[in-house]
Design a protein around this ligand. Structure first.
Ligand code: HEM
Length: 428
């Protein structure tokens, strides 16, 4: 037998074995009674999505219109269901005692964050969350060091830029850990606790291994910067498209920060508490454009959906699709309209239907940085609006083309112009 014949035979065997494995995975795939597009053998609905990459929120909106509030699709043999109603969001996010991550949906993130809090599972996640969560109970301790790191990352980085930034960041984090170790062994200021401090016990020993600390810091820098930057980008674009809401915010900041020399002073807690219009604008922007579009839930057991009409079978993944949830007309009349009045007193926000508005998720995997993110967004918005008028160079239609990834960014760049306002003493 010639070498070529042997090679062809070997190749044939490998292809045959792969086909057998894929066929077996396809035949034994989890099944559901939820409706959805017809899958092709082995490929599932992959062709439906890869014809128009990147996959955007509107693709899912079309499927929702076609199949209803719960629908399914297959990526190869992997079954994914999509849930868009508050009752299902509650069942999925809060109903499961310890929500597990699924390797399929976290694989992309693993490259950036390692086994940090977003990706980790089981007892490891539980232990780390217990250590890290208290840092966020008082934002003040956490605030300064994180803001500094946060702005190292530019707004809405693309994939390549993000990779580069993560490399730079890895260096910074390594240095930070080394410094901390050195500083700790010398003196321990007992009262001041920052994010890294809580990972160290009173004798200066790390509660987590150095690699674990490293993964958690990378996770937080990514989670904190990319989501907040995405949210702020959409907020600025919406404000550019709705100058009437810029007027309202500027009236508010002018009243709170006064006029004259102190106008540009840093915001303090009591200022932030008064920024009601600013907060309503942020909340309404997060309703229309939640920076994290999907909260994925791994079905470790059969989960009934839509009041028992459908079942998400064990082994499948359910996407709680926040963009679609937030635009349910039954809970948000005229759902596509940007109307921050919904979140002002008397605007219905007090009577929000439970689990109809979840920009930070819910349940055990609720965003640990939610309060911190609100602080950063309020501070940034107040600072910018004191000094600039925003003019949007993009349209609302362009903004609506949101790519579905870990964060939901518009496919086209968000373009805005910042025009300096006249001096604060001459309010416009
Ligand atoms: C506008 C800004 C932000 C938005 C919209 C946002 C949204 C979310 C959402 C929806 C989840 C839950 C995902 C799920 O259920 O699977 C989440 C988780 C998480 N967020 Fe945020 N986030 C923001 C800012 C931040 C900040 C500033 C930090 C850190 C300082 C942070 C750290 C995390 C972490 C670590 C998790 C994973 C928690 C876990 O799985 O236990 N996020 N975020």
């Amino acid at each position: 037998m010639s070498v070529w014949t042997a090679c062809w035979q070997g190749l044939g065997l490998v292809v045959g074995a792969l086909l057998a494995v894929f066929s077996w995975l396809w035949i034994t795939r989890p099944r559901t009674n939820a409706p959805g597009p017809t899958p092709l053998p082995l490929l599932g609905n992959l062709p439906h999505f890869w014809r128009n990459l990147p996959v955007v929120v509107n693709d899912f909106r079309k499927l929702q219109r076609c199949y209803g509030d719960v629908f399914r699709f297959y990526l190869g043999p992997k079954l994914i269901l999509v849930a868009t109603q508050p009752n299902d969001a509650r069942r999925l996010l809060v109903g499961c005692k310890m929500r597990e991550r699924d390797d399929f949906t976290t694989r992309a993130l693993f490259a950036y964050t390692g086994n940090g809090l977003i990706v980790s599972k089981g007892e490891l996640w539980k232990a780390h969350r217990k250590i890290i969560e208290p840092t966020f109970h008082s934002e003040k301790r956490f605030y300064q060091p994180w803001l500094q790191i946060d702005w190292i990352i530019s707004l809405t980085p693309d994939g390549e830029a993000l990779k580069e930034q993560m490399t730079v960041l890895n260096g910074i984090v390594k240095k930070g850990i080394a410094l901390l170790r050195e500083k700790r062994l010398k003196a321990l200021p007992k009262k001041r606790k920052t994010f890294l401090d809580v990972m160290i016990d009173d004798r200066g020993n790390f509660l987590l291994s150095e690699n674990e600390v490293f993964d958690e810091v990378r996770t937080f820098v990514l989670a904190a910067s990319d989501s907040t930057a995405t949210a702020l980008s959409c907020i600025f674009a919406l404000l550019g498209l709705h100058p009437e809401w810029q007027d309202a915010i500027q009236k508010e900041v002018d009243e709170i920060f006064g006029t004259g020399d102190h106008y540009l002073r840093p915001a303090i807690d009591s200022d932030l508490a008064q920024l009601k219009v600013t907060e309503a604008v942020i909340k309404e922007s997060l309703r229309l454009f939640p920076a994290v579009p999907v909260a994925p839930v791994f079905a470790s057991e059969d989960i009934p959906l839509s009041y028992g009409r459908y079942v998400a079978p064990r082994g499948s993944v359910v996407f709680v699709f926040l963009n679609l949830l937030h635009r349910q007309p039954a809970f948000f009349p005229d759902p596509d309209k940007f109307d921050p009045r919904r979140f002002l007193v008397g605007g219905g926000a007090g009577a929000l239907f439970p689990y109809s508005y979840l920009p930070f998720g819910a349940g055990s995997r609720l965003c640990v940085g939610a309060r911190f993110a609100m602080l950063v967004m309020k501070t940034t918005l107040a600072m910018v609006m004191r000094q600039f008028r925003i003019v949007a160079s993009c349209t609302r239609e362009e903004l609506e083309e949101i790519a579905v990834f870990i964060t939901g960014k518009p496919v086209r760049d968000i373009r805005i112009k910042c025009i300096p306002r006249s001096a604060p003493t001459m309010k416009n």
